[in-house]
Design a protein around this ligand. Structure first.
Ligand code: EPU
Length: 418
């Protein structure tokens, strides 16, 4: 298992570019199952979750050709409409094939995801939605079996709570259903909009993506398309915090500034200078003392739960007390104990973390527990005195493309050891 060894204390300076969004690329890859024609996707990040999804699609019947950041998928036939436990347990987003498979072939068998490091994360809302669209669903032996021999039909689906992949799964299923589907209380995340744009390019009729009501008029078939994935807003946000926490001067290029608006606002309140030199670049300058600013995670356009851990690392370096409230997942504070090993003063009380700063962090051996927790440990290590060794960095490899190379390029003293 690889580790990162990081020597802290260097302000990061220079330019770092943003890769394509992992969480937009995953549903885009699954969408290729909806047609027998080729789907060509540009700016696919080279991270482990993407490789896992590609493996799954190949098992299902796709041909997948990769050239740099471009992936060409062609699925003349669905050979095996199944997502096995072996893959789903390593990546929950595998459940994104459920909607496309039922829509295209009238059946799917998908493993239930099981436990997760950050919360329960059931897929009951995906199942409920597909049932509204006419699928018959049974659960046995850890799998859900969905059948719709006559095809799916349009329906109104009101989500009890906002779910990102649930919205994406249902939107894909509805593209080939007979009649109109209305998704209410839908997720408004940029990744949902990006998927809708791909589906529209494939011939789907979708209106309202990016708002909480999405209307999909089913069509009889979808065709191939070529599409470029949006920039990864969580990666861009992680770099913004890296610039701020090290008191550096960092330009984050090839990003979509609007998608990180909630974080930028918090950084500015904390006393960090963030400017936008052009439409796809953000420049962050950590000047002087940081102030503590409370933060609550919310669905988009609120503050992303996927940036909560990184923000908490930053708040350990701010003067005062910051209350960080996690509302999306029930167990997403695993990084707090590891940050405490480095000297942070964080108390967890249910959904709240009370972060008392400013504390000097010192390098220590720590363990990455999930993808974004790992990122927060990297950020803390960049500012800690001495050397930090982060174990289990395979978590970070799931979603950050070449993070050590990108950080090293702007001055971080980071290396990977086996
Ligand atoms: N939920 C249910 N039932 C469902 C679906 C969700 O109760 O059927 C609950 C979840 O347990 C959670 C909340 O609803 O408490 C929101 O979950 P959501 O379904 O929105 O999460 P997701 O779609 O599984 C995506 C991202 C996550 C990100 C969340 C929230 C992908 C592939 N994953 O997950 O990304 O944290 O939305 O924004 O898009 C990451 O990249 O590190 C990551 C975890």
């Amino acid at each position: 298992m690889d580790k990162f060894v990081i020597a802290g204390g260097t302000p990061l300076a220079g330019e770092v570019s943003t890769s394509g969004s992992k969480n937009a690329a995953l549903p885009a890859l699954a969408a290729a199952l909806l047609t027998e024609e080729p789907v060509i996707l540009h700016r696919i990040p080279r991270v482990r979750d993407i490789r896992t999804m590609q493996r799954l699609l190949v098992d299902i019947g796709s041909r997948s050709d990769v050239e740099g950041e471009t992936v060409r998928l062609e699925t003349p036939q669905i050979v095996c409409p199944e997502a096995p436990y072996e893959l789903v347990k390593t990546m929950r987003a595998s459940s994104l094939v459920l909607g496309p498979l039922v829509a295209r072939t009238g059946r799917a068998r998908v493993s239930l995801p099981g436990g997760c490091a950050i919360g329960a994360r059931p897929i009951n809302l995906h199942i409920f939605g597909l049932e509204q669209l006419g699928a018959r669903i049974e659960q046995a032996h850890g799998y859900i079996q969905a059948e719709a021999p006559e095809g799916l039909h349009g329906a109104t689906v009101h989500f009890d709570r906002i779910t990102v992949t649930g919205t994406e799964d249902l939107m894909m299923a509805a593209t080939l259903a007979k009649g109109e589907t209305v998704l209410r209380n839908a997720a408004r995340e940029p990744e949902v909009v990006d998927l809708a744009n791909l589906l529209i390019a494939m011939g789907a009729k979708i209106e309202g993506a990016g708002t909480s009501t999405i209307r999909i008029e089913g069509v009889t078939r979808l065709g191939g398309a070529e599409h470029t994935i949006i920039p990864d807003r969580i990666e861009a946000g992680t770099f913004l915090v890296a610039g701020a926490i090290t008191g550096g001067d960092l330009a984050i290029t090839d990003c979509e500034p609007e998608h990180v608006g909630a974080l930028v606002s918090k950084l500015q309140q904390a006393g960090v200078e963030v400017t936008q030199p052009d439409g796809t670049t953000l420049r962050v300058r950590g000047r002087g003392k940081l102030r503590s600013v409370d933060m609550t995670t919310e669905e988009y356009p609120g503050f992303a739960t996927d940036l909560q851990a990184q923000y908490m690392a930053l708040m350990t370096q701010a003067e005062g007390i910051a209350i960080v409230v996690e509302t999306i997942f029930e167990n997403r504070f695993m990084h707090a104990q590891e940050l405490a090993r480095m000297g942070a003063n964080i108390r967890i009380d249910g959904k709240q973390a009370i972060v008392a700063g400013r504390r000097e962090l010192t390098g220590a051996g720590v363990i990455a527990s999930d993808l974004r927790a790992s990122a927060s440990l990297v950020l803390a290590a960049l500012v800690a005195r001495g050397e930090t060794v982060i174990d289990r960095v395979y978590h970070i490899d799931r979603g950050y493309e070449k993070i050590e190379a990108k950080l090293a390029q702007v001055g971080a003293k980071i290396r990977r050891v086996e």
